[in-house]
Design a protein around this ligand. Sequence first.
Ligand code: NAD
Length: 306
Amino acid sequence: MPDIEQSDPGPSTPLRTIGVVGAGVMGVGVAQNLAQTGHRVVLLDLSDHVLAAARAEIERNLRFHGFFTKQKGGPPPAEVLERITFTTGYAPFADADFVVENATEKVAVKQGIYPVLDEVCPPHACFAANTSCISITRIGGWTRRPDRVLGMHFMNPVPLKPVVETIRGFYTSQGTIDTALRFLGQMGKEGIVVNDLPGFVSNRVLMLTINEAIWEVMDGVASAEDIDRIFVTCFGHKMGPIATGDLIGLDTILYSLEVLYDSYNDPKFRPCPLLRKMVDAGLHGRKTGRGFFDYGVPAAGASAAA
Ligand code: NAD
């Protein structure tokens, strides 16, 4: 058992400045939601190019997609954007009260990030991993504060989804869970607390469903359109599994299945070869403009659970 300092963050811990790691589909949504609800945000990614695209996307969402802001009469776009500091360096994380990590769903990528956060962030800061499938207990082990590490599986698009799957790792303290729920409340969201096993509740089921639907396309059982139509019209789902995969990002689906496959050593999680081929071809879904369906231009998601 690691030497863990068991002091809970406590109800008086301020949650004003929030570090957000990763400015892709989810990082952009989390940063926007946080800035819209009055937080100061430090948004970090690897390059200025990615950060410029993130800034442009947030600006577009605020100006043109009223449904993304949800808050009629909320702060003007310029004021929201002004609250976000875009950075490729960790120095501003020295002021972070709480961190949400949204980097690529690969163990090696996330493993490189947490020791740096641990070094730079103040001792009171909790780290929330917005991971689809990676064990929170494993992530906590990459820090010297596993009691302050938890999972926050946000849904996509973040500003529109009111509930967050909140994951308690083996060492996550009750104080950290309480702080996380308070943090989500500040964002206008509610957390449902679940225990830690890879994929948690949602993605242990959802990734299998999407993968199996892709096997059906590959096996010629039906077209992607017809598979989705069956889920939408027969089951009343808002969106079929193939369109949901396109919305999440087919690369993220592939990486999540690889994590589940490795974590459980269970062949039921083996990624469909067609999924891998699509990812190799750069067809990652909405974010690249094309996946199983054609979106013309890279676009933020409409509305679906993910
Ligand atoms: P994405 O590919 O759109 O974005 C990932 C971002 O991480 C990229 O901008 C990339 O440049 C950045 N990145 C990579 N390595 C980094 C590093 N070392 N430091 C900082 N940034 C780095 O992926 P996404 O869909 O935003 O997913 C991010 C996380 O959220 C993943 O863990 C994913 O499983 C999870 N998630 C995704 C969804 C979804 O619907 N897409 C939903 C819930 C959770």
